[in-house]
Design a protein. Structure first.
Length: 645
C-alpha cells in the first residue's frame, strides 16, 4: 500500500468515539462522531497506526466550554497570521511579473522564477503532519454546502468562524503536484498577460490605417475597449468591424506571426488575413487551447485528491462559489431568455440608428454618446497619469458621496500601479499594508481605458479594505465569493462618468431605468461566454484526451450554437465566434460566471443603494462577513440572488 494512502478503514473510529463519549458525556456524542470521522478521512499510514490515531484524538479533543472557545480564537489568530503574511510575501515575489516597468520592457526570466516561487509549498501537508489540521478537524465541523444552505442562516458569527476554521484545512495535495500547478498556471497567466497584438499596420474594409505606430492591444480586453471607443466616431463602424476580425484571429489562432513579431511588412487586413496583399500561411496557431488543455489536465490531477468534489466544476461551485451549479446555470439561461432583452436591444438599435451587429454586444452606454477621444480628453484633464489618480482618490470618493474622513482613510489605503496585463486588484495583506489597484495606461497618458479599468478595480479595493478590517470576526474576512466582489467592481465602474463629474443630466427615475438597461446588456454579454465555458469543461471531462485542435473546434462550435440560440435574434449573425473571446478562460478557468453573477448582484445592490446612500451601504454590506452568498445577499438587500430586479 502506498505510504500516503488513506488509512481510514484500518482505524478504530468507533471505539475512539465511545471512549470520548464515556469521558466527556453523551452530550458530546455528535461532536465526537463528526470530529473523529473527519480526522480519519485525512489520516494516512505515515501519520501512525490505529493506536497513534486513538492517542491523538483522546489527547486533542476539547469538550464544549471555555477551552474550546480559546482553541477557536487561537486557531483563528494563527490562520490569519499565516494567511496574511504569506499573501504579502507572494505579492512581493510577483511584482516583476504583475507590473509593467517604465518603458514596457518584457518580463525577465528571473521575474518568472520569482513569481513561481512558493515560500510554503507543502504548508497544508505540514499542518496535517504536525497535527494542527487534525486538531481543528477533530473539534470543529467542516460543513458541506448543503449544510450551510440549510442551517447557516441560524448560525452566529462565532459558529461561522468555526466552520471557516475547519474549511481552511483542505485536502493534502502532494508537493510535486503543487509545484507543477504553479508552473502550468504561471505559463497560462503569462501567455494571457503578454498577448498584446500589434495593430499599427491594421487596415479596415476601406483600406485605411488609423492606429498610431507602436500601438498594441491586449487580447481580448483592450481590443474590446478599442471597439467600444469608436461609438460616436463618424468612421467608427468599419474600424469596429476590423477590430472584430482581429478578435476573431486571436480566437482562431490565426494572427500572422509577422504581425505578432511587430514586423510591418505591409497593411494587415484581418478580414481576409492578408499582409501586404498576400495571404498569410504562418500564424500563431492553437496556443491558447494548448494552455487550456494544460489547465484541464492539471485539474484532473487534483480530482483524485478531492473525493467529495471530484471535478473542477464541483470544486468551483461547491467550494469556491458556494452556489449550486444548477442554480447558476438557471440564472444565466433565464437571463438570456428574458423577454426584456428585446426591449433593451430595440433601444440600442434606435440609439445607434442602424441594424445591430455582433460587436454591439459590447455597447452598454445607453445614456452617453461621447466618442473615445472625448472620454480620453476628460480623463486627461483630471488624471493625466496614474500618479494623479492616486493623489485624487480621496477627492474622487468625496465626489461619490463619501464623508471626508472615510474618503481620506479609504483613499489613502489604496496604492495605484500599472499592470502588465489588463488590470487587477489585490486586497491588504499583513496589517498596515494597503490594497493594490493595478490598471493599464497608454504610453503618454492614463486615458479612458485606464481610468475605466481603475474604477472597476477601485470597487474591488473598497470592498477589500472594508471586508478585511470591519467584519464581525477575523475569520470572516472577505465576501462570500468572487461574484460578490465583482458586484462592487461593476457598481463603481458604472459610476466612472459621475466620478469625473460627467453624470448625465437626467432625473433619478430615468437614470435608474437606464442603469437597469445597461446592466442587463452587460450581464447578457458575459452570460453567453459563461455558459460556453461551462459547456466546454463538461465536454473536456467527456473527452479527456482531446487535442488542442479538437478543443478549438468544439469551443468555436459551442460559441456559434449559443449565439444562434440567445443572441442572433438581437444582434444578427456572428462570423467572429465572439463568445469565445474571453482570455479569462485560459488564465483563470471557470471564472467567467462570477462576472455574470457579479452584474446580477451589482444591480440588486445598486437598486438597494438607491434607497440609501452609496458610501453607507458599501461599508455596511462589505462589513457583513464571509457567509454563503445566499445569506450574505439576504442581509445585504433583503432577498436571494435574483434576475428579477
Amino acid at each position: 500500500m502506498p505510504i500516503d494512502a488513506p488509512a481510514a478503514s484500518d482505524l478504530p473510529t468507533d471505539s475512539v468515539i465511545q471512549r470520548l463519549v464515556d469521558r466527556h458525556g453523551d452530550a458530546e456524542r455528535a461532536r465526537t462522531e463528526t470530529g473523529v470521522n473527519q480526522v480519519a478521512a485525512r489520516w494516512k499510514h505515515e501519520d501512525g497506526d490505529g493506536e497513534a490515531f486513538a492517542r491523538f484524538c483522546e489527547t486533542h479533543f476539547v469538550p464544549e466550554g471555555e477551552d474550546l472557545v480559546r482553541l477557536r480564537d487561537r486557531l483563528e489568530s494563527a490562520i490569519l497570521t499565516l494567511r496574511l503574511h504569506l499573501y504579502e510575501i507572494r505579492r512581493q515575489l510577483r511584482r516583476g511579473s504583475d507590473l509593467r516597468p517604465e518603458g514596457g520592457e518584457p518580463m525577465r526570466a528571473y521575474d518568472a522564477l520569482l513569481a513561481k516561487l512558493d515560500p510554503a509549498p507543502d504548508l497544508m501537508d505540514q499542518m496535517h503532519k504536525q497535527g494542527l489540521a487534525f486538531a481543528a478537524l477533530l473539534n470543529f465541523e467542516r460543513p458541506d454546502l448543503r449544510t450551510m444552505l440549510e442551517k447557516g442562516a441560524d448560525w452566529d458569527a462565532d459558529r461561522w468562524a468555526e466552520a471557516r476554521i475547519a474549511q481552511t484545512f483542505g485536502p493534502r495535495i502532494p508537493g510535486e503536484l503543487n509545484d507543477r500547478a504553479r508552473e502550468i498556471r504561471h505559463r497560462a497567466d503569462t501567455f494571457v498577460s503578454e498577448f498584446h497584438v500589434p495593430v499599427e499596420s491594421l487596415v479596415d474594409e476601406q483600406g485605411r490605417r488609423w492606429l498610431e505606430p507602436g500601438r498594441k492591444l491586449i487580447a481580448h480586453w483592450l481590443i474590446r475597449e478599442q471597439i467600444k471607443a469608436h461609438y460616436g466616431d463618424p468612421d467608427g463602424l468599419p474600424r469596429q468591424r476590423a477590430l472584430m476580425h482581429v478578435m476573431r484571429r486571436t480566437i482562431e489562432g490565426e494572427v500572422p506571426v509577422s504581425v505578432m513579431a511587430g514586423r510591418d511588412e505591409g497593411d494587415w487586413d484581418p478580414a481576409a488575413n492578408t499582409v501586404g496583399g498576400k495571404p498569410v500561411s504562418d500564424v500563431n496557431g492553437p496556443q491558447r487551447y494548448e494552455r487550456l488543455i494544460d489547465q484541464f489536465r492539471l485539474a484532473r490531477e487534483f480530482d483524485a485528491h478531492h473525493p467529495e468534489h471530484p471535478t473542477a466544476l464541483a470544486r468551483k461551485f461547491e467550494l469556491e462559489r458556494e452556489i449550486p451549479q444548477e442554480e447558476v446555470e438557471r440564472l444565466l439561461t433565464d437571463l438570456l431568455s428574458a423577454p426584456e432583452r428585446k426591449v433593451v436591444t430595440d433601444l440600442l438599435r434606435e440609439q445607434l440608428g442602424r441594424p445591430l451587429e455582433a460587436h454591439d454586444i459590447y455597447f452598454e452606454d445607453l445614456g452617453d454618446t461621447r466618442s473615445g477621444a472625448e472620454w480620453d480628453a476628460e480623463v486627461t484633464k483630471q488624471y493625466p497619469d496614474e500618479a494623479a489618480f492616486q493623489r485624487g482618490l480621496p477627492d474622487l470618493l468625496r465626489r461619490l458621496g463619501y464623508p471626508a474622513d472615510e474618503a481620506d482613510t479609504l483613499g489613502r489605503g489604496i496604492r495605484v500601479e500599472i499592470a502588465r496585463g489588463a488590470g487587477h486588484a489585490m486586497r491588504p495583506g499583513a496589517p498596515g499594508t494597503q490594497a493594490w489597484l493595478r490598471t493599464n495606461r497608454r504610453p503618454d497618458c492614463l486615458g479612458w481605458d485606464g481610468f475605466d479599468t481603475a474604477m472597476h478595480e477601485l470597487g474591488h479595493n473598497l470592498e477589500q479594505l472594508v471586508s478585511t478590517h470591519r467584519v464581525p470576526r477575523p475569520m470572516l474576512q472577505g465576501v462570500p465569493n468572487t461574484a460578490c466582489t465583482e458586484a462592487f467592481a461593476f457598481l463603481y465602474q458604472s459610476l466612472a462618468p459621475k466620478a469625473l463629474g460627467l453624470a448625465p443630466a437626467e432625473d433619478p427615475a430615468a437614470e435608474s431605468r437606464r442603469r437597469s438597461q445597461e446592466t442587463l446588456l452587460a450581464a447578457c454579454q458575459i452570460a453567453g461566454p459563461s455558459l460556453l465555458e461551462l459547456k466546454t469543461w463538461q465536454w473536456l471531462y467527456e473527452h479527456p484526451d482531446a487535442s488542442p485542435e479538437a478543443l478549438r473546434e468544439t469551443m468555436l462550435g459551442i460559441a456559434d450554437d449559443l449565439w444562434s440560440q440567445y443572441f442572433e435574434e438581437h444582434f444578427g449573425p456572428d462570423p467572429y465566434h465572439t463568445l469565445a473571446a474571453y482570455q479569462h478562460m485560459i488564465a483563470y478557468p471557470l471564472y467567467l460566471a462570477d462576472y455574470a453573477l457579479g452584474h446580477i448582484i451589482s444591480h440588486q445592490i445598486r437598486a438597494h443603494v438607491e434607497r440609501g446612500d452609496l458610501a453607507t451601504e458599501t461599508i455596511r454590506i462589505c462589513s457583513i462577513g464571509h457567509y454563503t452568498p445566499d445569506r450574505w445577499m439576504r442581509e445585504a438587500v433583503g432577498g436571494p440572488i435574483s434576475i428579477a430586479p
